[in-house]
Design a protein around this ligand. Structure first.
Ligand code: ADP
Length: 447
């Protein structure tokens, strides 16, 4: 086992990793920008190193600064968290070239899944069901028209390098095709430096269902069921739950086995998520994320496992601590993402926390780097807390979430807490009968 690891992240996810490491007796090094000198992850780690100014390009994304921090402190491995450098294949290559272990998949697998066309081709070949559409990249508008004739409208044009909802354009009709095609290309070029696009059938009212997988890098892999992340705003997840209200144990076992087999076959290491759209009892692969996800705690809750601990174990060359048959769903879990944002526009709302009180009690987990008097800096993501509840079944989890939201106090800045309090009253949330468009429509009339 490692004696010391460096956590190349900030906020709640840095705490999450530090906590797992501490329970394992592994030392931790926090890195931080000058804006984060007072941050909780700096206080909680065994050691901390300042790696640059506030701008994340010059700090949390600075590869030389992070490698130097490793060398100075003698950290043997790097946990990237999510975001920042977590899916940067070049970073992984440099880390490994310096004799430091990257806690996560290989650079090759990150590269493979980071390019959506390659990812789709790979998954298709591994027997994972995909959204019908173009066969790989679409080089020009004439080719796009040919795909449209075959696939039919509506369709969606996606940048192969896209992410975070960027580089994705809907075309409802032949008239909209040209604009959508050119916009997706230019967004791909300007945001990700790659203008290659592909085309998919646009699914009308699917759910977003994602399967958690975990591999040991030596050809063994398991799945940990699914999460339903259909409540989205601008393609960004807002509330996640596991198991999915629409997924039966039989369906879970079938899609889970397909996913576990696929990642076992490529020798995948660590945590990964295979994302699908789910409509009319059919799964359609959209992308694979080669990192720990924000919403991983709902999976941990229902399976009673620590995914970060597992990541660190396999990175150190140990075996996974569970086999597929050990993984049995227990109850229901829901997570809400609490952002420092002002409603109704969700504009970022950094500032000083004048009062903070976290909820507690049975089945409540609060993953947050907040504390009384903390000042949320304006430079980073607006996620400030994840409230996760676990109950014996979905109604119990919902009641617990409702109760916990009532206890939670975050004063001094605007947050999305009122949104979740309002959502608790909605019938669709109570029944679980929603799709990826439900929240957008609700926001139009309710905020
Ligand atoms: P990103 O990498 O930008 O997050 P994804 O490919 O994961 O992009 O898609 C994000 C979201 O966009 C999905 O959760 C879904 O809401 C919507 N979406 C993507 N592909 C389709 C499709 N073929 N039909 C309908 N909606 C889609």
């Amino acid at each position: 086992m490692f004696s010391k690891i460096l956590v190349a992240n900030r906020g709640e996810i840095a705490l999450r990793v530090i906590r797992a490491a501490r329970e394992m007796g592994v030392g931790t090094v926090a890195v931080h920008s000058t804006a984060d000198s007072d941050a909780m992850h700096v206080r909680m780690a065994d050691e901390a190193i300042c790696i640059g100014p506030p701008s994340s390009t010059l700090s949390y994304l600075s590869v030389p600064a992070i490698i130097s921090a490793c060398e100075i402190t003698g950290a043997e491995a790097i946990h990237p968290g999510y975001g920042f450098l977590s899916e940067n294949a070049q970073f992984v290559q440099i880390v490994e070239d310096h004799g430091i272990k990257f806690i996560g998949p290989s650079a090759e697998h990150i590269r493979m899944m980071g390019d959506k066309i390659t990812a789709k081709d790979t998954m298709k070949a591994l027997g994972v069901p995909c959204v019908p559409g173009s066969d790989g990249g679409v080089p020009d508008f004439e080719a796009a028209q040919a795909v449209a004739r075959e696939t039919g409208f509506p369709l969606i044009i996606k940048a192969t390098a896209g992410g975070g909802g960027k580089g994705m354009k809907l075309a409802r009709s032949a008239e909209e095709l040209e604009t959508a095609f050119r916009t997706a290309r230019s967004e791909g070029k300007s945001n990700f430096g790659n203008d290659e696009v592909y085309i998919e059938r646009y699914l009308g009212a699917p759910r977003h269902i994602e399967v958690q997988v975990f591999g040991d890098g030596r050809g063994n892999a398991v799945h940990l069921g699914e999460r339903d992340c259909s409540l989205q705003r601008r393609h960004q997840k807002v509330l996640e739950e596991a198991p999915g209200p629409a997924i039966s144990p039989e369906i879970r076992a079938r899609i889970g086995a397909t996913c576990a087999k696929a990642v076992a076959e490529i020798g995948y290491e660590g945590a990964g998520t295979i994302e699908f759209l789910y409509e009319n009892d059919e799964f359609f692969f959209i992308e694979m994320n080669t990192r720990l996800q924000v919403e991983h705690p709902v999976t941990e809750a229902i399976f009673g496992v620590d995914l970060v601990r597992e990541q660190i174990r396999v990175a150190a060359g140990e075996e996974m601590s569970f086999r597929q048959e050990d993984l049995v769903v227990n109850g229901h879990s829901i997570e809400v993402r609490i952002n420092a944002e002002k409603l109704p526009n969700f504009s970022p709302c950094p500032g000083k926390i004048t009062q903070y009180h976290a909820p507690g009690g049975l089945g409540v987990r609060m993953d947050s780097a907040l504390y009384d008097g903390y000042s949320i800096p304006p430079y980073y993501d607006s996620l400030i807390a994840k409230l996760i509840v676990h109950g014996r079944d979905r109604p119990e989890a919902l009641a617990r979430l409702h109760r916990a939201l009532g206890e939670l106090i975050v004063d001094g800045v605007d947050t999305t807490i009122p949104l979740f309090r309002a959502l608790m009253e909605e019938e669709a949330v109570q029944t679980g009968e929603y799709n990826i468009h439900w929240l957008e429509k609700w926001l139009e009339t309710n905020l």
